[in-house]
Design a protein around this ligand. Structure first.
Ligand SMILES: [Zn+2]
Length: 431
C-alpha cells in the first residue's frame, strides 16, 4: 500500500528536529499570549513563572497545568472568555463541547486558528489515506458542538469532495451515501455501528455504498479491536481512529500501517504523560494522563492542559515512516472511568471490546455497583432480530470469565429498549 501523507517533510522529520519545531512554536506562542491573554497571564504570574524564559520542553514542564474547571471559570467572566488572546473582532467562530459531562465549554477561533484546525484534520484524513478523489460524507448535525466541523477544513485541504450529512434520518443518510457514491466518512464509532443496524432494519444493502475509509472520533471505539473489526467487516472499509477535543484541537490519528494505536501531530502539539494523582511524568511506556499544549491556537491557547484521557506512549518506529509520537491503543479511556473490580483495573473500552466480540449484540449497557469492597458488574445486552439470546448471554458471560476472571450478570433486554446514539454514547454507569 502507498502510504499517503499530508506534509511528509514534517511527518518524517527526525525527532530532534521535531523538538526544535515544537520549541520554536512554543516560544512564539508564549511571546504573543503573555501580557495579552488575561487568563494565561494571570495564571503564569500567580505561579511565579517567567514565560519569556520558557524556551525548551523542559522549561515548559515547569509551568502550571491548565484544567477544564479553570477554563470554565474564565468563560464565566463575560461574553468572551478571558482565555481569548485578542479583541472580539478577531474571532470568527465559536463552538462548544458536547456537554455530555457537564455544562458546555465555549471555545473561540480566529481565522488563523480555524485554519489550523483544518490543517490538523488534513493530517488525520491524509493519514487514513483520503485523497482528492474521495467523496467524503459527514453524517453530523452541524450545530454548536464542535464535533466534525473541523473535518470540513481537513477535506478542503486535501481537496476531497465533501458531502454534508446533517438534517436527515439515518435511513436518508444511507440513501444519500449510495446516491453520491460516497467513499469515505467521519463519525463516532457508535454511529457507524448504528448505521449498520439501521441498514439491516430497512433492508438496505450497505455494499451499494463504495465506502473504503471510515474515520472515527469522539470515543475510543475505533481503537477497540472488536469494534474496529465489526465496523470494517460490515462497511467493507478500513476503519481509522482519531482523537481530539474542543479545548485543545484535533491532536492524533491512525495511519495506514495501523500498528494498533495513533500518532500525535507533534508539529502542532506538545504532549506529556503524567501520573493523574501526582502530576509527575510517568515512566516511558507507562499509562498516564495525557497533558497537551497546543501550538496553533494562539487566540485560545491551552498550556499543559489536563485532558483526563489515559494514553500510553510507544517509542518504537512505525512502519508508515512517520516519526510522530505513537499512542498504543489510542486513547485508552478516561482517568475518571477506570473502575477496579475485584482487583482488576477496567476501562469501558476493555468491556466494550469483550461485548462487541459477539456479533449478535447490537447495543449494550453496563452498570457497575459498588457494595462495600466488592463491585458487581451488570451487562444488559440487546440482541439482533432472530438471535439466540440465551446462548448469547452465556457466551458473553464466558468471554468475561476467560478474559478478566470476572463473572458479570448478563441480562438480555427487549429490542429497542436501550438508547441509541448519533454522537458520544453513554453506556457505562457506576451505581
Ligand atoms: Zn504510522
Amino acid at each position: 500500500m502507498d502510504i499517503t501523507f499530508f506534509d511528509k517533510g514534517i511527518e518524517t522529520l527526525p525527532r530532534e528536529k521535531l523538538r526544535l519545531v515544537q520549541e520554536e512554536k512554543l516560544a512564539a506562542m508564549l511571546d504573543t499570549v503573555y501580557g495579552t491573554n488575561r487568563f494565561v497571564t494571570g495564571k503564569l504570574d500567580a505561579s511565579g513563572a517567567a514565560p519569556r524564559d520558557v524556551r525548551t520542553l523542559e522549561d515548559l514542564a515547569g509551568l502550571p497545568f491548565t484544567t477544564k474547571a479553570e477554563l470554565m471559570a474564565a468563560q464565566a467572566q463575560g461574553p468572551l472568555s478571558t482565555n481569548c488572546t485578542f479583541p472580539e473582532a478577531a474571532y470568527t467562530r465559536v463552538h462548544q463541547t458536547s456537554g455530555t459531562t457537564g455544562p458546555p465549554l465555549r471555545v473561540f477561533d480566529t481565522v488563523e486558528s480555524w485554519d489550523w484546525w483544518g490543517r490538523c484534520w488534513g493530517f488525520v484524513l491524509a493519514g487514513a489515506g483520503l485523497t482528492a478523489s474521495d467523496r467524503f460524507f459527514v453524517p453530523f448535525s452541524f450545530g454548536p458542538f464542535i464535533g466534525f466541523w473541523a473535518a470540513l477544513g481537513g477535506a478542503k485541504r486535501i481537496e476531497a469532495l465533501m458531502v454534508p450529512g446533517g438534517g436527515r434520518t439515518s435511513a436518508q443518510r444511507l440513501q444519500l451515501m449510495a446516491d453520491m457514491a460516497v467513499t469515505a466518512m467521519a463519525c463516532t464509532p457508535t454511529y457507524a455501528l448504528r448505521l449498520i443496524e439501521v441498514a439491516r432494519e430497512e433492508g438496505f444493502d450497505l455494499s451499494t455504498i463504495p465506502m473504503r475509509i471510515t474515520v472515527h472520533a469522539g470515543e475510543p471505539g475505533a481503537s477497540v479491536p472488536a469494534t474496529k473489526s465489526r465496523i470494517e467487516e460490515e462497511w467493507g472499509a478500513r476503519c481509522y481512529d482519531h482523537a481530539g477535543a474542543s479545548e485543545v484541537g484535533a491532536h492524533s490519528f491512525e495511519c495506514q500501517a495501523q500498528p494498533g494505536g495513533t500518532h500525535v501531530i507533534d508539529s502542532e502539539f506538545i504532549i506529556e504523560v503524567v501520573d493523574p494523582v501526582s502530576g509527575r511524568p510517568v515512566r516511558p511506556g507507562d499509562e498516564g494522563e495525557l497533558v497537551i499544549t497546543n501550538l496553533g491556537r494562539v487566540g485560545f491557547p491551552v498550556i499543559r492542559y489536563r485532558t483526563g484521557d489515559v494514553v500510553c506512549v510507544n517509542d518504537s518506529p512505525c512502519p508508515c515512516g512517520r516519526t510522530f509520537t505513537r499512542f498504543d491503543g489510542g486513547v485508552i479511556g478516561r482517568v475518571d472511568d477506570m473502575v477496579v473490580i475485584r482487583g482488576v483495573n477496567i476501562y469501558p473500552g476493555a468491556v466494550e471490546n469483550l461485548v462487541r466480540r459477539h456479533d449478535a449484540v447490537d447495543e449494550f449497557r453496563v452498570t457497575i455497583s459498588r457494595q462495600r469492597e466488592l463491585s458487581a458488574i451488570l451487562i444488559e445486552i440487546e440482541c439482533r432480530e432472530g438471535a439466540d439470546t440465551q446462548a448469547t448471554v452465556r457466551a458473553v458471560q464466558k468471554t468475561f470469565e476467560s478474559s478478566l476472571g470476572l463473572r458479570p450478570e448478563v441480562n438480555a433486554v427487549e429490542r429497542d429498549s436501550l438508547p441509541r446514539f448519533e454522537l458520544k454514547a453513554q453506556r457505562f454507569f457506576v451505581a
